[in-house]
Design a binder for this molecule. Sequence first.
Ligand code: NDP
Ligand code: 8X3
Length: 256
Amino acid sequence: MNNRKIIFITGATAGFGKAIAYKFAAHGWDIIINGRREDRLNQIEVDLREQFGVKVLSLPFDVRDRAKVQQNIQSLPHDWKEIDVLVNNAGLASGLSTIQEGDIDDWEVMIDTNVKGLLYVSRQIMPMMINRKQGLIINISSIAGKEAYARGNVYCATKHAVDALTKSMRIDLLEHGIKVTSIDPGAAETEFSLVRFRGDAERAKKSYLGYEPLHAEDIADIAYFAATRPAHVVLNDIVVTPLAQANTAYIVKKEN
Ligand code: NDP
Ligand code: 8X3
């Protein structure tokens, strides 16, 4: 019997995606990792192989590049096409401002990555899962996909779109026996704020002062739990925040 399990993770060079790769590799899964930073992918690939003895394939592409997405996934070696779990994780917030003062380039990059990139990748992998009549898609949304917050407008809109796409996938894939799970984290300390604030490390750090934020490993644990339920059980929607956070608007921070 073939017990091989394969997970495909977009945005695995940092944060949640990287932690998910390590978590699944630690449990013996073979891993396909994606991201734009090829040097990081190569490092992670070697490390996962050495630490866990699993097979690892790096696919360096930008999820916004429709042709590259198609080409990379279509040309996967035959034995890598049996993907059990797809994690649509690649994403970002770019900037934090009102719509009237917004930078339109920021909007484009968020919509293209968080919404269109997720669709491009899913469009390629869903037929492979349908062929095998099994699979799990985990979409990394956010509490920003449940409620809008001040100056979060377009980022929140992209995550609301992910929420709608998750619900739609669940309907479209129902007859094919494929599970769809949404993980919706609150504040988590990754490179997220560094990216949002264009490399301003001091400002990024401030987002996580005065409370314990979620860690990337917390999300990896949840992803692994979701992927290891019995065949008849689906976790549909998992909202997770740090203890100090009630929702996008309420977060209790201690004075420093
Ligand atoms: P990080 O910035 O730490 O990681 C983001 C990952 O996405 C990186 O590996 C990055 O790799 C990859 N990525 C970004 N753009 C692209 C692209 N165009 N093509 C391919 N890969 C890309 O952030 P997080 O781990 O925090 O974010 C992961 C997901 O979680 C995102 O969708 C984010 O919106 C969501 N999220 C984050 C929360 C948080 O507070 N941190 C809370 C809720 C949701 P590279 O740059 O190498 O391409
Ligand atoms: C990231 C979480 O609400 O801090 O999706 O922007 S939030």
